[in-house]
Design a protein around this ligand. Structure first.
Ligand code: ZN
Length: 224
């Protein structure tokens, strides 16, 4: 059922946040998107996000939080001289991890939302797949929700529709929302900045491709 409420979606133009954008459009009467620039190597993702939001008739705002890339020079997403980890290291996090990124994104999103009179925030984090980044976990999101409420004396609700979904489930959700083809052909997930199917060999492309194949196999089996 559609809530007569507004939601602000943390939106990057990737598979996950695009699915969340359309999930929000289904569940809320008004949806806005906020996109963050944090010194990432590929500014193309911002243009991709802007276009998807415009096509979806969703107001789009870009916030510059590039300060976070100055604080940790060891991240391969923001430092061009560092090659990206292809595999998850045995200890610690891959160098695609931007420490505090989701905390910063959600905190700024909440402040922005408050100014707009919006109390529902939507983010595409998941703890089922990916590299196990600590600020993608449910416990973190719940904890931050309480903190944001206390910090601003508000009642925010942070929605994480993908929290328990693996990549194949995210494809399935986009199909249910009627945006499977849009997500497949217009979003940018690839760490090397290639739209749609991507470069094919970076960790993000591999996850996306494996998830897509798994979903298509499941769909075919269910149709028999
Ligand atoms: Zn790639």
């Amino acid at each position: 059922m559609k809530q007569q409420n507004a939601a602000l979606v943390c939106f990057s133009g990737g598979q996950d946040s695009t699915t969340c954008l359309f999930w929000a459009k289904k569940h809320f009467s008004r949806v806005e998107a906020v996109c963050f620039t944090y010194g990432q190597k590929h500014s193309l993702e911002i243009e991709v996000a802007r276009k998807i939001a415009a096509d979806a008739d969703v107001p789009f705002q870009l916030l510059d939080v590039s300060l976070i890339s100055q604080l940790d020079p060891g991240c391969s997403l923001t430092n061009a001289s560092i090659a990206m980890d292809r595999e998850k290291p045995k200890h610690g996090y891959p160098n695609t991890f931007v420490p505090g990124r989701n905390m910063v994104f959600l905190t700024f999103a909440a402040i922005l939302a408050r100014g707009k009179g919006i109390h529902h925030l939507v983010t595409g984090v998941s703890e089922a797949d990916y590299s196990g980044y600590p600020d993608c976990r449910d416990a973190f999101v719940r904890s931050l929700n309480v903190t944001l409420d206390l910090a601003m004396d508000e009642q925010f609700v942070i929605h994480t529709p993908l929290m328990d979904l693996d990549k194949s489930d995210v494809w399935e959700l986009s199909d249910e929302l009627g945006v499977f083809d849009l997500v497949r052909t217009q979003t940018l997930t690839c760490y090397n900045g290639v739209i749609a199917e991507g470069c094919g060999h970076c960790p993000a492309c591999k996850l996306r491709k494996d998830g897509l194949e798994k979903y298509l196999r499941r769909k075919e089996k269910n149709q028999k």
